[in-house]
Design a protein around this ligand. Structure first.
Ligand SMILES: Nc1ncnc2c1ncn2[C@@H]1O[C@H](COP(=O)(O)OP(=O)(O)OP(=O)(O)O)[C@@H](O)[C@H]1O
Length: 546
């Protein structure tokens, strides 16, 4: 890692290593004709310019990282490439022919497929049926579906990918990673020339990320071009060959990743200096300060067992663990969302019952969930109403002067979080994904809680805004707020927390002070107390795939 921006001392762990790029780049070189070329692409939404004169090329067998801040226009471009939106201007050439896709199916048939979390699949149908839906092989007279061929060909696709996935499994029973693999198999079956991956690792474990990298290597060797969107630089450098940067809907630069440092990329993306990310001085809260929140022996029949911890005013208590460790489930229970949970919760030294979110809020808790878009934002309401919704009773919604105050609160938070929107009355549905996340964050910060639970607060948020979010959390803590920070990013959890609880398989494995918390020690605890080397190997995705 070349820049100061993402690295802090002691975070020696990196995401899974991709195979050496020189070995993987069998097809693309400078003389290869592009498989995809865009020129002069423009798109407006009700006066908002999302893209303007964007052009770049992608060659067969290369991985192109598409980079930009929240709202830069990446998703809009993906939607144009996959037939969901039509461009107002410009042209797209695929395999040397000009194309215009009227729908997602049209784009898929034409050779462009996207892999992302929101992809609609037929939940009740099998893996094989999802791969061949709409084009099932037929046999006999009268013609009927050739189930055996359909399943055999699906098996052959997974064999090619070296993924062990039962083709008769129902899609509803698959993990996010397995769904990605089904989509990739479908793309292969359609001889896709370009596969777009939009933040594909967001919900994957370290091991699954390793699997995904390996499959990307296979696509590349087969000559498929991959457009890879991510806000994480370590993974961009691990998998991509080239980059294209967008800023404010415009093309800024393209080039080889080998020729550019992370810091230079950040400068291209944000066009200004970015503050230090992941760095906060430890709070000077004394150990003898009474905790504002104490959780004692919290258990759930299937999700977690005997979880106890305490957090003091002015302190950040980090929660680290692998996907599935039970961290988010504990936070759900704490916020009154899990009726089956048992245990005791004490606030300011008094035992309280938190049986519903309303009770939790009344006791000064706020919870910003991980899945903010689905659980947090009212997409059809304007930004300022989303932000002030939880505090409306407190500021008198119907009084005009209070409406003014509502807008003031919203404006201050939007500035602090560097929200990118054309105006406060813009509907949240019209914001980019990252900016929608910031609205939900602002909404809960506006409640001025005493204990703020943040679940993956910077997931999907660009590097510049990450620094702003961290600064803002730091300011709130300095004013006496207690924060519980659930994060899967080691640098974030280490750089921000005063103490770190590591969970493994639903239990508290170990609690670290800031001084004790090294990347290796946290990883070892997250893997169930393995020796640090073994834990590092597990995190690097070297274990076998089940
Ligand atoms: N349906 C829409 N209506 C109005 N404006 C829109 C719509 N979709 C996108 N925009 C605007 O287009 C711009 C680009 O958004 P886009 O979603 O492409 O950004 P992005 O680079 O994908 O950001 P992120 O990293 O946050 O996902 C933003 O200003 C956004 O508000």
């Amino acid at each position: 890692m070349s820049s100061h921006v993402m690295s802090i001392p002691g975070t020696a762990l990196h995401p899974p290593q991709a195979p050496a790029r020189s070995a993987m780049r069998a097809v693309a070189d400078d003389s290869t004709a592009p498989v995809l070329s865009l020129s002069g692409i423009g798109k407006r939404f009700q006066g908002v310019v999302a893209l303007q004169d964007v052009g770049f090329t992608v060659r067969p067998g290369e991985v192109m990282a598409l980079l930009g801040e929240n709202g830069a226009g990446k998703s809009t471009l993906v939607k144009i490439l996959t037939g969901i939106h039509q461009p107002d201007e410009g042209s797209i050439h695929l395999g040397g022919r000009e194309v215009r896709f009227a729908s997602a199916q049209d784009a898929m048939r034409g050779g462009i497929t996207a892999v992302h979390q929101e992809t609609v699949m037929f939940e009740e149908l099998s893996v094989a049926e999802n791969i061949w839906i709409g084009r099932q092989p037929l046999c006999g007279t009268p013609r009927r579906i050739d189930w055996r061929r359909m399943e055999d060909e699906a098996r052959a696709l997974f064999a090619r990918l070296e993924v062990d996935l039962p083709v008769r499994a129902r899609v509803k029973d698959l993990s996010v990673a397995q769904r990605h693999f089904v989509e990739i198999a479908r793309a292969l079956s359609q001889q896709a020339q370009v596969v777009i991956m939009d933040e594909p690792t967001a919900a994957l474990s370290h091991h699954e990320i390793g699997e995904l990298y390996r499959i990307i290597g296979q696509l590349r060797r087969a000559g498929t071009a991959v457009i890879f969107i991510s806000h994480k630089f370590d993974e961009i450098y691990a998998v991509a060959d080239r980059y294209t940067v967008l800023r404010d809907g415009r093309f800024i630069a393209s080039g080889e990743l080998a020729d550019i440092t992370e810091q230079q990329l950040v400068a291209l993306m944000v066009g200004r200096e970015v503050g230090q990310v992941f760095s906060r001085a430890a709070s000077n809260t004394e150990d003898q300060t009474a905790p504002v929140l104490e959780v004692k022996h919290l258990s759930h029949p299937s999700e977690f067992d005997d979880v106890s911890f305490a957090v003091r005013p002015g302190e950040i208590l980090g929660f680290y663990g692998l996907v599935g460790a039970g961290r988010s489930e504990v936070m759900h229970a704490l916020f009154g969302l899990s009726p089956e949970a048992q245990g005791a919760v004490w606030i300011d030294g008094r035992e309280v019952k938190l049986c519903s979110p309303a009770q939790a809020i009344a006791h000064g808790l706020a919870y910003v969930p991980e899945d903010r878009q689905r659980q947090g934002a009212l997409l059809s309401l304007p930004i300022f109403q989303n932000i002030t919704l939880p505090v409306l009773p407190g500021i008198g919604f119907f009084l005009r002067r209070h409406r003014r105050r509502e807008i003031d609160i919203a404006r201050r938070l939007c500035e602090q979080l560097e929200l990118k929107a054309s105006h406060f009355h813009q509907h949240v549905a019209q914001l980019s994904g990252g900016n929608q996340q910031k609205v939900v964050l602002a909404k809960w910060l506006a409640t001025q809680p005493r204990v703020l639970i943040l679940d993956e607060p910077t997931k999907g948020i660009d590097i510049g805004s990450k620094a702003a979010v961290h600064r803002f959390i730091g300011e709130l803590v300095a004013q006496g707020l207690a924060v519980i920070l659930v994060s899967s990013e080691l640098p974030e959890v280490m750089g921000m927390s005063d103490r770190i609880v590591v969970m493994h398989q639903g239990r508290v494995q170990q609690v670290f002070s800031r001084a004790e918390a090294s990347a290796e020690a946290l990883a070892a605890a997250a893997s169930g107390g393995l020796h640090a080397d073994a834990a590092t190997a597990t995190l690097a995705g070297e274990a076998t795939w089940h």
